[in-house]
Each structure stands twice: as C-alpha cells, then as structure tokens.
Design a binder for this molecule. Structure first.
Ligand code: 13P
Length: 248
C-alpha cells in the first residue's frame, strides 16, 4: 500500500451553498484514525472556495481548486488566479482536466505554465492525462499519455501528482481493467522518473470510481488514490470510500 492515499473530490460545477454545506457537515463527522493514510481533499468550484475554506478551518479536510490561470493577474475575464487559491488556503489544484481540454481548448503548453505558477505558489498540481476511446481501441493510448506527460510536466522536479483519467471512463460507469490501469501507472511512472528526472511521482486514477470499486482499484493497480467526480458529491458513497480505505 502507498504511504498516503489521496481521495480527491472533484465537485465540478455541481453543488450549491446548501448541499455543499450538508456534504461538508457529513465529511467533518468522519473520524480518521491516528494512523490513517487518507488525505481527504475537496475541490469546489471557485465561488464556493472562500466559504468552504472557512468551514474547513480546524478540520483535517484539505482544500483544492479545479483550475487556475497561468498568469499571476491581468486581463483574463472570467478566470481566477492562483494567488486567490493560495489566499483561501488551497493546497492542491487540478490542472488539465479533460473537460477543460475539450470544452475550453486547454493545451499541454497552457497546462505546463499552470503547473509552473502553481508550484511557484507552493500549491501542488494534480495533472490530468488520459486517452479517448478511439485512441485506446487503436492501441495508441500509451504514446498519447506519454506525450501529454512530456509536454505538461517540467524536468527534474522533486515531486508530481498525475491523475490518469481515461476520457471514456468519466461519468460512463466503465473502468479499464486493473491491469490496464497498472500498465498506464507503470509506464507513466517510469517515464517521469527515468526520462524526466522527477524524484517522487504519485499516480491517481479517475473515472467512474465508486465505493464498490475503489479498494480494488487501489489494491490491484497500486495507484496512490483517486480523483472522484459523481461519487464525491454523494454523501453515502464518499463516506463509504473514505471509511473503507481507512480500515484496510
Ligand atoms: P466520475 O467519477 O463522475 O466518472 O468523474 C471523474 C472525473 O472527471 C473526476 O475528475
């Protein structure tokens, strides 16, 4: 088992004030044991962040953002800056989610710059990569993912967190086999360590993770945690995920 298990909740644009409050009230009731390996990280949409940040003070729940701009400030209507994420005590930021890549035209170069500014501000980037079903069927997924890693991540970093999220698995109820996740994990890890000179690499899995499959994914594919969408906003599901892993 890895030293820590990261459970990263990507709430996307889903919760309003009332249901975010209710979800957090429930998350706060979960008591992790003193030896727990779980890092419980929640990533709300931008407008919820100041409010949630306040509710999280003196809890062990960690705050993250879903994106940031790659500049410190400027004429970028509609965007939000890393400095505000920092101000509100975000410790992580999800970058290059496939929804941002496909709906907002984010490129690998933009993601690389976002990673740089996040690191400069001491916020840990979680870089998302993953293939379409077409690429997987053609057997080109590994090349595609390695290229994403190559173009999004700088050389010689101390550490990096990557989330492998196959696009075809997000919200579909389909997940790759454990061997397929393991293959991506191993090849990504080797590439980042050997070719990019990165010392510590953590790989998460994302896509249709729920309380039924979470433990098997972690144990069978050896990943360091999960990036979770719809199950993360379902109180019963996310509670089960956190509690089950805690007792394993
Ligand atoms: P689902 O867990 O809903 O498939 O979403 C995955 C995801 O996109 C997390 O970033």
């Amino acid at each position: 088992m890895p030293e820590n298990i990261l459970i990263v909740s990507n709430w996307k644009m889903n919760l309003n004030l009332d249901n975010a409050t209710k979800l957090l009230d429930n998350l706060k009731k979960i008591k992790l044991g003193s030896k727990s390996k779980v890092l419980n990280i929640v990533c709300p949409q931008f407008l919820l962040i100041p409010y949630i940040s306040n509710l999280l003070s003196s809890t062990d729940i960690i705050l993250g953002g879903q994106d940031c701009h790659f500049e410190d400030f400027g004429s970028f209507t509609g965007d939000s800056s890393i400095q505000l994420l920092k101000h509100y005590k975000c410790e992580y930021v999800i970058l290059g989610h496939s929804e941002r890549r496909s709906q907002y035209g984010e490129t690998n170069l933009m993601i690389k710059k976002k990673c740089e500014i996040a690191r400069k501000n001491k916020i840990k980037p979680i870089v998302c990569v993953g293939e379409s079903i077409k690429l997987r069927k053609k057997g080109k997924h590994i090349d595609f993912i390695i290229n994403q890693l190559d173009e999004c991540i700088e050389k010689n970093l101390e550490n990096i967190i990557v989330a492998y999220e196959p696009i075809w698995s997000i919200g579909s109820g389909l997940i790759p086999s454990y061997d397929e996740i393991l293959e991506v994990k191993t090849k990504s890890m080797n590439f980042l360590k050997e070719r990019k000179g990165i010392k510590n690499v953590k790989i998460l899995y994302g896509g249709s993770v729920n309380s039924q499959n979470f433990n098997d994914i972690i144990q069978m594919s050896g990943v360091d945690g999960a990036l979770i969408g719809s199950a993360s906003i379902n109180i019963k599901e996310i509670t089960k995920i956190i509690l089950n892993v805690d007792f394993n």
